[in-house]
Design a binder for this molecule. Structure first.
Ligand SMILES: Cc1cc2nc3c(=O)[nH]c(=O)nc-3n(C[C@H](O)[C@H](O)[C@H](O)COP(=O)(O)OP(=O)(O)OC[C@H]3O[C@@H](n4cnc5c(N)ncnc54)[C@H](O)[C@@H]3O)c2cc1C
Length: 357
């Protein structure tokens, strides 16, 4: 039986930097939000694509990394107790007869909301897989795209596909060590990457060389060109090696770590006006053509649009005011300053400083 939808005033789709700031601006206006992201952590591109790179153009912060910016935004929105729903992809939105939207977030999570903020950036980040028809049927049984739950690989003949830090880290962590057996070690580890050059920390690359020399794992430069399955189980991969040869590689489990690629996915099919896969908005309130659905950050487009975090912050501010006007049409919301407004201090959970004479 389906559980009842969560009733709320606002659902924010996307917990990237702009989605997080959207929660802040809504909170200042007294609108509590639920925030949903398909990723298991907040931060969007900042955490997924450049967690340790410096950002220099956030106002008032001379420099911070993608991860630090996310941490600061999370601290800033803490007073508003937004409910996070991570690991959920918003797939469907349907207007109800009472004007609210029924939002489907998968895994039996639904919302009945009066406003939606699409802050989906370049789309939902999905793991890149192998372009082999039928391999997806083995997802979750023998094919995996994440390194969680290493016990899945214990005592298995494991092939890891990838050449970046994530792939090398797992190859190192899971390869067997006869001197010091660990509970999650695989029976064997083969690292497969299209060439001998890795895009990883030099120390990790060095460790891989050492482990290969010690015959604790093997490395093959090549690409998976096919697979064989018997009775619903993958038994071996066909590998086209970089030296032109082909090789059959028996295995129990396949861990594909080829990074993530963004997919706009279901949002493209919600019937909202789009230009080059971006949502067209009115720049007064950043509403889409559908009243109650706002679009801010990298997902939107308008004359002069710049895909910058700073611009997304501005858009989120005006969208919050747009939502307040929609939620309380007879009670206009005026701009208040966080420096002086006792109402905002209350919402922020800070003490109002005594008035100086
Ligand atoms: C390498 C690099 C460096 C950059 N450096 C800078 C810089 O120095 N300064 C700057 O201002 N900008 C920089 N940018 C751009 C900046 O990262 C983006 O403008 C910013 O991340 C946009 O934020 P956002 O919240 O709109 O989207 P995103 O950060 O893309 O977040 C969107 C989130 O929505 C989620 N999502 C999407 N669809 C769904 C769905 N259907 N259901 C659930 N969740 C969904 C995604 O998983 C994602 O977490 C850089 C970008 C890159 C790639």
């Amino acid at each position: 039986m389906q559980t009842s939808p969560i009733e709320t005033d606002a659902v924010v789709v996307g917990a990237g930097p702009v989605g997080l700031f959207q929660v802040f601006q809504l909170g200042l206006l007294g609108i509590q939000a639920h925030i949903v992201d398909v990723l298991p952590h907040p931060g969007g591109q900042c955490v997924e694509l450049y967690p340790d790179k410096p950002i220099y153009d956030i106002p008032g912060i001379a420099v911070c990394t993608g991860r630090e910016l996310t941490e600061r935004l999370l601290a800033q929105i803490a007073p508003f107790n937004a409910r996070f729903h991570l690991g959920h992809e918003i797939s469907g939105v349907a207007r109800q007869s009472d004007g609210r939207f029924l939002v489907d977030a998968g895994h039996d999570l639904r919302f009945l909301t009066r406003t939606i903020f699409i802050v989906a950036g370049v789309g939902a980040f999905k793991p890149r897989s192998l372009a082999l028809p039928g391999i997806e049927h083995h997802l979750g049984s023998q094919l995996f795209h994440d390194a969680h739950a290493p016990e899945r690989f214990a005592a298995k003949h494991l092939v890891i596909v990838g050449g970046d830090d994530a792939a090398l880290e797992q190859a190192i962590a899971l390869c067997p060590n006869p001197d010091q057996p660990t509970p999650h070690a695989a029976a064997s580890v083969t690292l497969l990457h299209r060439r001998e050059l890795f895009q990883a920390e030099p120390a990790r690359v060095e460790k891989i060389h050492v482990l290969c020399q010690a015959r604790r794992m093997q490395f093959i430069a090549g690409q998976v060109s096919g697979f064989e399955a018997t009775e619903g189980r993958i038994t071996q991969l066909q590998v086209s090696c970089a030296d032109g040869s082909t090789q059959a590689l028996p295995l129990d489990a396949l861990l594909v770590l080829l990074g993530l690629s963004p997919k706009l996915g279901p949002i493209a099919h919600w019937g909202l006006a789009m230009q080059r896969r971006q949502l067209v908005v009115d720049t007064a309130t950043f509403t889409t053509a559908e009243p109650g659905i706002f679009a801010v950050g990298d997902i939107n487009t308008y004359p002069g649009k710049k895909k910058l975090i700073l611009c997304g912050f501005h858009e989120a501010t005006l969208a919050a005011y747009g939502a307040a006007a929609l939620l309380w049409p007879n009670d206009p919301v005026n701009v208040q300053y966080t420096t002086t407004s006792t109402q905002l201090h209350k919402r922020l959970g800070v003490d109002t400083p005594a008035q100086s004479v």
